[in-house]
Ligand binder design. Structure first.
Ligand SMILES: [Zn+2]
Length: 593
């Protein structure tokens, strides 16, 4: 649907991967890292508040400059991974980055020690800009081991528990899957087979599911060995690091509290009846007595395939953001006019979509393969939300205060999707069009809020099982997954028997030392839906408060950020707002079918 090639303009960063400016930047980064090391190694523990302020400002200045180089190398490589010059630069900067991270690792260790010894620094007025950042350091440092223990953990994990993740991804990437695609037998890679999961033909969808999960299940003993080892390892690590639960480490990284997440998950469990009401309606729309698991993400039959050109997408999104508030559309207009977006699909370009923050430029860069589908327009609105967050945050915060935890990072992006939904529903010409939009919105929210919650319970149940002294063999793990899934889907879906192995495919479960990656997605979805409800109530008065929230970056906790817009995430009733907005879309769909 693109009439011309649109390629982003990276000149603001560097003119080309072979420019002499690249050599200068590499040299400058190396020299500055050496200077920082000489100035601070072994000395951070003795710093006065003024000295610490200088140290934090020095590291910010270094990182802001260095990240331009890393960003350019990554963007240039993502746009065309086949160019030798881009590959070389990418490889070179990766190595430089690894070297400098290792060289400056002392900074975070020594800062932790200093804050542990002198927690009163957190409240020192000289350091007020960094108050919340230092609070987070303080939370983290409580669980740090000695320097030598930390080094041993890293060394032993590298070829120990980290290897399970590699094994799982190697397995997925080296297997072939036999699938019947629209009646024709094909042998496909995992990526190709996976891409067919939302195929419009039901028999194809069933065949893909049976093929992928059937083959994964055959090697279930291997995956259960991996997961059992990773979870038991984490239980040991958690005890050593004095975490009170296996989830605590993740709660600290996400800057949130256990009670908040418990309330969130409880609300989703109760609200699952509304999700099941949607799934039953979807079955009716698909003329099925009940949905099979392979129908959950399927497109509705007999609905128009909506197509958009890139300029149309730009117009729609700009209009959606401007309707919220004229000023709020500035960031995205800036993205389009500076040509910071690369939408054209082409050979050698990275798959998927992302938005990368450019702190020094107070802007961002977006990569996408825009093919003109409705979902592509939503993806662009989503990524432009990230760019908007970056736009406000980089204007108000110093670099260390732009380290937003994942639960908050999706705020402006999901909000952008909602603004677009609002506009598109209003402008849709037919009920068929409205149906397509609403089912896309409900499918996506259903996945993020409800299905992901089942994954959180699954992960919790593994640790409960270990605590009770149970042995996590393949069937036991499958049972945990089937039970967790049942709490969300109940009687609204029937499952192919192969689907008990669904858990084996999720790469996140195999990432050692990175547990409970999942609930921040649920948090973000439900938080933004609640924000949206507040916007519908407050009208125009909401926008300035929302901009204040985005501008605060990570200088405030998610709890404080909520308070800026008059919401209290610690209130057990709070998350109901998210469910109400999901139901609002469902009622709209029910009224037109
Ligand atoms: Zn996102």
């Amino acid at each position: 649907m693109l009439t011309q090639q649109i390629i982003w303009n990276l000149n603001e960063l560097f003119p080309s991967p072979t420019s002499p400016k690249i050599e200068e930047a590499i040299k400058e980064a190396t020299v500055t890292a050496d200077t920082f090391e000489n100035k601070y190694r072994g000395k951070i523990a003795m710093l006065t508040p003024e000295g610490l302020l200088g140290c934090l400002q020095d590291i910010e200045a270094f990182e802001a400059k260095f990240s331009d180089l890393i960003l350019y190398a990554n963007l240039n490589f993502s746009a065309d991974m086949t160019q030798p010059q881009s590959q070389q630069l990418h490889d070179r900067t990766n190595k430089l980055n690894a070297k400098i991270s290792k060289q400056l690792a002392f900074y975070s260790l020594e800062l932790g020690k200093l804050i542990k010894a002198k927690p009163e620094l957190i409240d020192n007025p000289t350091l007020s800009n960094y108050k919340h950042m230092l609070q987070r350091v303080h939370h983290r440092v409580e669980h740090q081991l000695s320097e030598i223990e930390e080094q041993l953990v890293i060394e032993k994990d590298q070829y120990g528990v980290n290897a399970w993740e590699e094994l799982q991804s190697k397995w997925l990437n080296t297997r072939m899957f036999e699938v019947m695609v629209a009646g024709e037998k094909k042998t496909l890679s995992y990526g190709q087979a996976n891409g067919l999961l939302p195929h419009p033909d039901r028999a194809t969808r069933e065949s893909v599911n049976r093929s992928i999960y059937g083959l994964l299940g055959k090697d279930g003993e291997i995956f259960s060995s991996a997961l059992r080892s990773i979870c038991n390892d984490w239980v040991n690590v958690s005890k050593r690091r004095k975490y009170s639960t296996p989830m605590e480490s993740s709660l600290i990284s996400n800057d949130t509290q256990e009670t908040v997440i418990e309330n969130l998950l409880k609300t989703v469990e109760t609200g699952a009846t509304i999700y099941r009401r949607y799934l039953k309606l979807k079955a009716k729309l698909m003329e099925l007595p009940i949905l099979g698991n392979h129908d959950i993400a399927a497109p509705l039959p007999n609905t128009p395939e909506l197509k958009y050109t890139y300029p149309q997408a730009e117009e729609f999104i700009t209009k959606a953001y401007s309707r919220f508030q004229l000023e709020y559309a500035q960031a995205i207009q800036d993205m389009f006019s500076k040509q910071h977006i690369d939408p054209t699909p082409r050979f050698g370009k990275r798959n998927g979509a992302f938005c990368a923050n450019h702190y020094n430029g107070k802007s961002a860069y977006i990569l996408q393969s825009f093919n003109g589908t409705l979902s592509d327009v939503f993806t662009l609105a989503h990524e432009l939300g990230h760019a908007t967050h970056d736009y406000y945050m980089s204007r108000k915060q110093t670099l260390l205060n732009t380290n937003v935890p994942s639960a908050v990072a999706e705020t402006a992006s999901i909000f952008g999707e909602l603004l677009l939904t609002d506009l598109m529903l209003g402008e849709a010409r037919t009920d068929q069009e409205r149906k397509t939009i609403l089912s896309l919105v409900l499918d996506e929210a259903g996945m993020t809020a409800f299905q992901v919650t089942a994954r959180v319970w699954f992960e919790q149940s593994l640790y409960n099982s270990i605590e009770k002294g149970e042995y996590l063999d393949y069937k036991t793990i499958c049972n945990h997954w089937v039970n967790a899934r049942g709490r969300i889907y109940g009687d609204a879906v029937t499952w192919l028997p192969e689907m008990e192995a669904e858990w084996t495919m999720k790469p996140h479960y195999y990432m050692a030392n990175y547990r409970f990656y999942n609930y921040p997605y649920v948090y973000a979805q439900m938080f933004v839906y609640s924000l949206y409800e507040r916007y519908l109530q407050d009208g125009k008065a909401f926008a300035p408060k929302f901009i204040e929230l985005l501008s605060a970056g990570s200088s405030k906790s998610p709890l404080e950020l909520g308070r800026l817009v008059g919401l209290d995430v610690a209130d057990p009733q709070f998350w109901q707002g998210g469910i109400r907005v999901f139901e609002k879309f469902l009622i709209e769909l029910e009224s037109i079918v």
